[in-house]
Design a protein around this ligand. Structure first.
Ligand SMILES: NC(=O)c1ccc[n+]([C@@H]2O[C@H](COP(=O)([O-])OP(=O)(O)OC[C@H]3O[C@@H](n4cnc5c(N)ncnc54)[C@H](OP(=O)(O)O)[C@@H]3O)[C@@H](O)[C@H]2O)c1
Length: 253
């Protein structure tokens, strides 16, 4: 795997939620391909830990920003342009969930989950699209979930938000195609990160989950990061408006 190259030399990417989990792994692969990367997260200590882990000062910038706050999103992209002069790709990676049944969900909780998962992705894609428009080139990749297509009790708001991301991906892909900007998504099954730890760390639950995955395991962050890298590269220039399932075959069953 180490010799695989997507030729991202000096290209500039924004990875939202790049301080941990899947976003951190995407950042690692982008830096390994000689790209320049700006990551955001809400907590400064997470950003500092990521920066310290990579020791890539000149090619990695961190910005403390909440993706659902438009002024903070503006600052994220302004910092990117000031630091690196352009933006070649956005990876809309931020996501969170708080399990709740739909009928019992407080409207405030609905707003919080939709804000972080969908509104944030929209604000970032909108800003990135506006900047890429002038360049007539760019890639927008969002992280959806198998939950966008497979309904599951207590995952309803999250599933609605991810389904929204997939429709946003298709519409933006059409709108931006004349400008040579490709817009795609990847939809993982369970991935071994902090986000899903309560599930995979429980042996009984883990056993139940992997029974639904033909490849017989959950995903590791790198399983998601490689397909994202492909969708960020010129190798995928004729692919747009798609959601690539990264689910060990679960959706094929
Ligand atoms: N793990 C899974 O099983 C799984 C499965 C399918 C899809 N996904 C999707 O994959 C993506 C990444 O998930 P993950 O498992 O890597 O999650 P994670 O380990 O919880 O990491 C989330 C990252 O996003 C940041 N973040 C969270 N809310 C934010 C906000 N409002 N604004 C800015 N940054 C924010 C976090 O940093 P701070 O806490 O400092 O903000 C962290 O860097 C998400 O979209 C998730 O829905 C995950």
């Amino acid at each position: 795997m180490a010799q695989l190259s997507f030729n991202l030399d000096d290209k500039v990417f924004v990875v939202t939620g790049g301080s941990r989990g899947i976003g951190l792994e995407i950042t690692r692969l982008l830096l390994n391909q000689s790209a320049r990367v700006v990551i955001c997260g809400r907590k400064q200590e997470g950003l500092e830990a990521a920066a310290a882990a990579f020791k890539a000062d000149d090619r990695l910038k961190t910005v403390q920003a909440h993706v659902a706050k438009s002024e903070e999103v503006d600052r994220l992209f302004q910092t990117t342009i000031e630091a690196f002069g352009r933006i070649d790709g956005l990876i809309n990676n931020v996501g969170m969930n708080i399990a709740t049944s739909l009928v019992d969900a407080d409207p405030g909780l609905w707003n919080k989950i939709i804000d972080s998962n969908l509104n944030g992705a929209f604000l970032c894609a909108r800003k990135a699209g506006q900047l890429m428009r002038g360049q007539k080139k760019g890639k927008i990749v969002s992280i959806s979930s198998i939950a966008a297509r497979r309904s599951a009790p207590f995952m309803g708001i999250y599933g609605v938000a991810k389904a929204g991301i997939e429709m946003m991906t298709k519409v933006m892909a059409q709108e931006l195609a004349p400008l040579n900007i490709q817009v795609n998504a990847v939809a993982p099954c369970m991935v071994r990160t902090k986000f899903s730890e309560p599930f995979w760390s429980n042996a009984d639950l883990y056993e139940q989950i992997v029974k639904t995955v033909p490849l017989g395991r959950i995903a590791e962050p790198v399983d998601v990061a490689w397909p994202v890298l492909f969708l960020c590269s010129e190798a995928s220039d004729f692919i747009t408006g798609q959601t690539l399932m990264v689910d060990g075959g679960a959706s094929a069953v």
